[in-house]
Design a protein around this ligand. Structure first.
Ligand SMILES: Cc1ncc(COP(=O)(O)O)c(C=O)c1O
Length: 512
């Protein structure tokens, strides 16, 4: 705290207000300078990570101004800046001015969305409005009667993980009604959740673990071109039925986290429904649901409105700062099936705390999206998403026209997965050559990470389009550009390509 107590706590004292205002302005200036920094991080500057975590317990007070200065000079240089135009690994830029205004104001208001009367009057209604707007954006039916939180048909949550977990709980309750109250009476080995192999997100298996379904009971169905192989999906559903088991949930991706491929949402919906109309269909659209803001791109999500639940992570795809994710539920009764009650705090009909599993107190996270939606409108957000997709296409063209780079996915949203291939390497590759190529690309990534100049992501991906010629199930270390930051320019992309190729040439391909 400040040495001077009077200037530590906000009050209506004009002198304290002025001083605190100055310090908070300074705080914002430091944050903005950090965001405006081009370098992803500055290696070697500021305190070492070991030094940071072993610092001694602060006992004597210091002025806030001194703490802020130390933060800026000693801690921020080593921190990674997702708002940098050279952060090319993920779209989570968090640099929308309107969203930042909403986030900062949300902190200042400090309302608690657990309860709708004394904790979050008006804020509750703003959060509900945000969910209604998003339901309209994805094409869900309008909820006409809104008498309680159970009618809202969606939740504002802390992230995609939480949204997927909530969807799993809803699916479990549908497959085994009464579990919320009576506990587990089903045989977990007989209640299955289906995801696509190799591209499914780890959070689904984790959610099954947390929900008492057992992560081991997940079924991974083979893919073709980064989507469900529908013949294999049909066989899986048939086998599950023959074994006397039940599929509680099928998960599909509107933008899987690696390649951003969009599932055939109509085809998979129809196929699953033809087997069992009660299966919960969950579309993890943490990334891809954003296309529904654009009149030009919305068609790529055809059928999304048929799915029982849909996620969207504004903190990934709308330049909104962490954290905020939405889970939208087509029929609000689904969400209502996992409602919890408390006499002490949530007994008012509109208290949104009833609807969010695990969370008690919840900050006004919706405000960051509310302000962004009001300010940019769906038109502005749509334009942002369109420009992002165009930038990814531009990077794909640069990769395709470079003799030492090879793209291994088809670009449907904003992810370009590629590898550096030294000159002279011929296709198809032998497995030994492809393994060596994988190691070489890992080395490129390690150097990117050390230097902090740019950030390009890397992971072990499957070559589903069989670009290397070692089979569609061959796995290798790949590089990945994902567009998202609206301030990244085509010049930045040119520089990034040059940088990667320079690193690639410096790395050695060893096949012996
Ligand atoms: C498709 C998908 N779903 C869920 C998640 C989890 O989101 P979060 O990290 O916000 O919890 C991610 C994150 O990368 C994702 O890409």
């Amino acid at each position: 705290m400040n040495a001077n107590f009077a200037q530590e706590f906000v009050s209506d004292d004009p002198e304290a207000l002025r001083e605190i205002g100055e310090l908070l302005k300074r705080t914002i200036d430091i944050g903005l300078a950090f965001k405006a920094r081009k370098a992803f991080f500055v290696p070697g500057e500021g305190k070492a990570q070991n030094e940071v975590m072993t610092e001694s317990l602060p006992v004597d007070p210091l002025p806030l101004a001194a703490v802020l200065s130390e933060l800026q000079t000693a801690y921020l240089p080593g921190m990674t800046n997702f708002g940098s135009p050279r952060f090319l690994g993920f779209p989570d830029a968090g640099n929308s001015a309107s969203a930042l205004a909403g986030a900062i104001l949300g902190e200042l208001l400090n309302v608690n969305l657990i309860n709708s009367t004394f904790c979050a009057r008006v804020a509750t209604e703003m959060e509900i409005a945000t969910i209604r707007w998003m339901r309209a954006v994805v094409g869900y039916p309008e909820v006409r009667v809104m008498e309680s939180a159970a009618d809202v048909g969606g939740m504002v949550l802390t992230g995609g993980t939480m949204a997927n977990y909530t969807a799993v709980l809803i699916a479990r309750e549908r497959a085994a009604p009464g579990t919320m109250v009576n506990g587990i009476s089903y045989d977990p080995g007989k209640l299955r959740v289906v995801i696509p192999e190799s591209i499914g997100h780890y959070t689904v298996a984790a959610s099954m673990a947390w929900a008492g379904l057992g992560s081991g009971n997940i079924i991974r169905v083979p893919i073709r071109d980064f989507r469900y192989d529908q013949a294999a999906l049909g066989r899986t559903l048939e086998e599950v039925r023959e074994r006397g088991e039940k599929v509680a949930m099928v998960v599909a991706y509107a933008g899987d986290s690696r390649t951003m491929t969009i599932e055939d949402l109509v085809g998979v919906h129809d196929l699953v429904r033809s087997f069992d109309a009660s299966v919960w269909l969950h579309c993890d659209g943490c990334h891809g649901t954003s296309l529904s803001f654009s009149a030009k791109l919305r068609d790529r999500l055809a059928g999304i409105e048929l799915w029982d639940s849909i996620t969207l992570d504004p903190h990934k795809v709308l330049a909104v700062p962490y954290p905020i994710s939405l889970l939208l539920v087509r029929d609000p009764a689904g969400a209502a099936s996992i409602l919890t009650e408390s006499d002490l705090i949530m007994r008012q009909a509109m208290s949104l705390g009833q609807m969010t599993p695990v969370l008690g107190s919840k900050a006004f996270l919706a405000l960051r999206l509310w302000v962004a939606m009001k300010t940019l409108g769906t038109r502005g957000l749509g334009r942002m998403v369109e420009e992002r997709c165009a930038l990814a296409q531009r990077f794909a063209d640069l990769v395709d026209s470079h003799p030492e780079l090879m793209r291994i996915n088809s670009v449907q949203i904003n992810s370009v997965v590629f590898v550096y291939v030294p000159q002279g390497v011929r296709l198809p590759m032998s497995e030994t050559e492809a393994e060596a190529l994988s190691t070489l690309n890992r080395h490129i990534y390690e150097r990117i990470l050390r230097e902090g100049e740019f950030y390009i992501h890397s992971f072990v991906g499957v070559d589903s389009l069989n670009m290397l010629g070692c089979g569609a199930d061959f796995r290798l270390n790949v590089l990945r550009y994902m567009s998202g930051n609206p301030i990244t320019t085509t010049e930045t992309l040119d520089e990034a390509i040059e940088y990667i190729v320079t690193l690639g040439r410096a790395a050695v391909l060893r096949t012996e």
